[in-house]
Ligand binder design. Structure first.
Ligand code: GLY
Ligand code: MN
Ligand code: MN
Length: 481
């Protein structure tokens, strides 16, 4: 938890932003519903608790069962939660009072949970606008629905409250996004810590990559690093010799010389800030010439994005520059043919990289995606492309200092996608299907991911060190481990 002044400042900022958008004296109330415990298999055997991210950002309390109110007309702030009773103390031990928890985050008023429900009900009866965020967890969806009268299926719809219909509040969502997108110094320090743990995780994984070892064993050793130093993983680990499957969560392979091992994993710090790195290493310790050729293109794309990312440039432009660089490299391998800019316009890069160049990162590894991918990642006036690859770009905005984004180009040879495009005649005249089918269907995939902070001058890679990435340094590291 940060100092109370951080949370006070954030809530004041939110109040100011929303007041500027809403009719004076009729702004209404903003409600925050924190997460509850979530059962794994039966009530009483819960998943490790993770607080709702915007609740954490504005109210700091990292415990289940809290809610909060920001009255947008009066500026009143109230934290709602229940003090423990003897029945709880037997199981949980003594706990600080709700009032003292509120004071720790700069909130003067607290009240029992039941008062939260009554307060929302009174506000509704008075015809006040109720601003809420689109909840992701089912409990929060149902709680929001029962409090506000919004049908559960509309709780994730985001629109202006001015139309009077019950749904999540565009004004609230936009204000939260504007604040959370630009990271404060104290947040950057936490992300740097998460990146340091991520560095250690990947170092452990690379060391574990030896012929005959089970992927699951490497995952266990790697995740142990973040469990011992932080909160845990920031998302479900991807570690696979089938890197062409983008989110491959199976870890049942045995490390086999000749293959590539793609490791996409990150840490969540104890304050819940994320890191997200990907490295792809040769299972034999040395890249084959064919692997190295493709790897060199992906490194060049990663370095290019780092070189281009700076204030004033959109990340969509960086994605497209990377697509051009990738196609140039693939052209030199005779996997594609033709004018590179024509191929960029046709979306040919999407066959090799069917995902976007990167996403925002912060308290969530894909930061604020539960508030709406387009609202988070696109500036007003920017629209999402329908093309494969560019259409999956989660962060297209014009960059400003304080943005934290990932730089994660990849090249994948996905047999089913190659077959589909060929059958449909997509990319005809540009893609050398003959060579792809003869030589690359068993290649797998390569992704190389770093985390960037946009600075006044350009950007910097987060974390104290960059993980080895150039082929020679990867091979040297593996030879010495
Ligand atoms: N971990 C998934 C990603 O890199 O976005
Ligand atoms: Mn990743
Ligand atoms: Mn990522």
């Amino acid at each position: 938890m940060f100092g109370k002044e951080v949370y006070r400042r954030r809530r004041a900022g939110l109040l100011g932003r929303m007041a500027a958008e809403l009719p004076s004296g009729k702004a209404g109330i903003a409600i925050f519903i924190g997460n509850t415990e979530a059962p794994q298999n039966y009530r009483g055997n819960d998943y490790k608790f993770r607080q709702e991210s915007s609740f954490l950002y504005y109210w700091g309390i990292d415990e289940p069962g809290f809610a909060a109110l920001l009255d947008l007309d009066s500026g009143e702030e109230v934290l709602y939660g229940d003090d423990v009773e003897i029945g709880d103390i037997i199981w949980m031990g003594p706990q600080p009072s709700v009032a003292s928890k509120a004071a720790a985050v700069g909130v003067d008023r607290s009240a029992p949970s039941a008062e939260f429900d009554r307060m929302v009900s009174t506000a509704r009866a008075q015809g006040r606008a109720i601003h809420f965020l689109p909840a992701s967890r089912y409990y929060n969806v149902l709680k929001t629905s029962s409090l506000t009268g919004c049908p559960p299926e509309d709780v994730r719809k985001v629109a202006s409250v001015s139309d009077g219909a019950p749904h999540a509040s565009l004004e609230f969502v936009n204000a939260v996004i504007a604040m959370r997108l630009v990271k404060e110094e104290c947040e950057i320090e936490e992300i740097d810590k998460a990146c340091e743990i991520g560095y250690l995780m990947h170092t452990e994984a690379r060391r574990g990559c030896k012929a005959g070892v089970r992927e699951q064993e490497i995952v266990g050793r790697m995740e142990g690093v973040t469990i011992s130093k932080g909160w845990g993983v920031s998302f479900t680990t991807i570690l696979s010799q089938h890197g062409e499957t983008l989110h491959n969560h199976r870890h049942d392979g045995i490390i086999t010389p000749g293959k590539l091992l793609l490791i996409d994993a990150g840490a969540e710090s104890n304050t819940h800030y994320a890191s997200d790195f990907t490295r792809t290493v040769p299972c034999s310790g040395k890249f084959s010439p064919r692997q190295r050729d493709v790897y060199d293109i992906v490194v060049a794309c990663n370095d290019l994005a780092y070189g281009l990312a700076r204030p004033g440039v959109t990340y969509r432009e960086v994605h497209l520059a990377v697509a051009a660089r990738m196609l140039e490299g693939l052209k030199s391998l005779d996997l594609v043919r033709g004018d590179v800019q024509d191929m960029v316009a046709e979306g040919i890069a999407g066959m090799f990289m069917p995902h976007g160049l990167g996403h925002n990162m912060g308290i969530d590894v894909h930061d604020m995606e539960d508030l709406g991918e387009d609202l988070v990642g696109y500036d007003p006036g920017q629209t999402r492309s329908p093309q494969l690859g560019l259409g999956s770009l989660r962060m297209a905005r014009k960059l400003v200092p304080g943005h934290v984004i990932t730089d994660e180009p990849g090249i994948y040879f996905i047999p089913a996608l190659i077959a589909k495009w060929k059958a449909e005649g997509s990319g005809k005249g540009f893609i050398n299907y003959q060579k792809l089918e003869a030589e690359y269907l068993d290649f797998g995939g390569i992704r190389l991911e770093d985390d960037l902070l946009i600075t006044k001058e350009g950007c910097r890679r987060l974390g104290p060190h960059r993980l080895p990435i150039y082929p020679d340094e990867v091979e040297a590291a593996m030879a010495s481990e």
